[in-house]
Design a protein around this ligand. Structure first.
Ligand code: ADP
Length: 355
């Protein structure tokens, strides 16, 4: 009987030991997990005393390593955060400016674990906020761009159905409808192309493209924009093909060449060149002697809807998306756009490709 009792005691002891080592291993795992996650995790008690925090919390909130035992309020001076964590009711996440980096925005979420313990999870939402703002301003820009031609079409249509308006005027408006409708069509086409460039993955196998053919096609496409006195010359100094996507390279050339035409006064002198730089590299360049671009605008002209002169660009039939398309096409072909320009002297746009 006493032997039996001793065995049970021993069993209990060994079970306790194995439970303890399992618990320790679990704690180590937990510690490891909280260290690897990018979100900051802070555990506090009811008096806002820090009981634990991970490395991300230290770097996001500027906590010292030995923050355990200190009051949250002493560690960070963000009264809104202190008020937020004091409340016990379920709350929306709190957005606040980072206490250590004034241009960063953090978001805190509070979880009441039990009546004595709370967990604060903090993450950096600066990029997320920036993307949200970019999306909002993009939608606002598109709506604004569409509103102008739509208002024109609406005005014409109102006059056309107005029986009191002279017949001659009503008839003359039919032909005027095509300009704003074409404008909306170009805008929608450019938007669709831009979306495709952003969302479609680059095909694993690119086609062999002869850039001289692409340049010739693009020149044919811009014929309608040319004044009689405009001159386009093509220098062809490379016969090797490149790996690429024909439709995208066609958009690239059409956009660069049509810009050269549109931003030059009548009598434009445009030079397009496709030339070898070495055995493995060739350069596409489009040079004009047009209005040029002031230095302070050059870094921004590939942004969507950025124009040096909004009215002027619209009058020249621009959508404000051409160079954004060019930038994306080049990125998908491992290249980038370079621009050299002088006001009233002209511009040079060029990009290099692997052969
Ligand atoms: P847009 O449709 O307005 O031409 P882009 O994205 O093609 O839009 O170009 C952005 C802006 O860059 C233009 O509005 C214009 O101000 C400037 N730009 C582009 N190409 C030229 C050029 N060849 N000469 C002068 N300015 C140019």
């Amino acid at each position: 009987m006493s032997e039996n009792l001793e065995t049970t005691e021993l069993d209990r002891e060994s079970k306790k030991k194995s439970d303890q080592s399992r618990l320790k291993a679990r704690l180590r795992d937990l510690e490891f997990f909280t260290e690897v996650i990018p979100d900051g995790v802070v555990i506090i008690n009811n008096l806002l005393i820090v009981e634990a925090s991970n490395e991300s919390a230290q770097s996001l909130l500027g906590f010292p390593e030995d923050s355990i035992g200190s009051s949250l309020e002493d560690l960070i001076e963000v009264p809104r955060l202190s008020n937020y964590v004091r409340k016990t009711a379920q709350q929306e996440p709190l957005e606040f400016t980072s206490p250590i980096q004034k241009d960063s925005t953090l978001e805190a979420r509070l979880f009441n674990v039990d009546k004595d313990t709370k967990v604060i999870v903090v993450r950096d939402i600066t990029t997320l906020n920036r993307l949200l703002t970019m999306r909002q301003s993009f939608v606002a820009n598109v709506s604004h761009e569409l509103r102008t031609p739509l208002t024109v079409v609406k005005g014409y249509l109102e006059t056309m159905v107005d029986e009191s308006a002279p017949d001659e005027l009503r008839l003359s408006l039919i032909s005027k409808l095509s300009a704003p409708v074409s404008r909306m069509e170009s805008l929608v086409q450019d938007l669709l192309l831009l979306t495709q460039l952003e969302s479609n993955p680059v095909p694993p196998e690119m086609d062999e493209i002869n850039m001289n053919d692409v340049i010739r096609n693009a020149c044919n496409e811009v014929q309608g924009l040319l004044a009689e006195s405009d001159k386009i010359s093509i220098v062809n100094d490379c016969d090797k093909p490149i790996k690429g996507i024909a439709t995208e390279l066609n958009s690239l050339c059409t956009n660069l060449i049509s810009n050269a035409v549109r931003y030059s006064p009548d009598g434009a002198d445009i030079e397009i060149s496709w030339a070898s730089l070495s055995d493995s590299k060739a350069r596409l360049s489009v040079k004009d002697t047009g209005i040029g671009i002031a230095k302070e605008h050059i870094d921004r002209i590939t942004e969507r809807f950025y124009r040096v002169d909004m009215k002027d660009s619209r009058a020249r039939g621009g959508t404000g998306l051409g160079l954004a398309i060019v930038k994306h096409v080049l990125r998908r072909h491992n290249s980038e756009l370079e621009v050299k320009s002088r006001v009233n002297e002209g511009s040079l746009f060029y990009c290099d490709f692997e052969l």
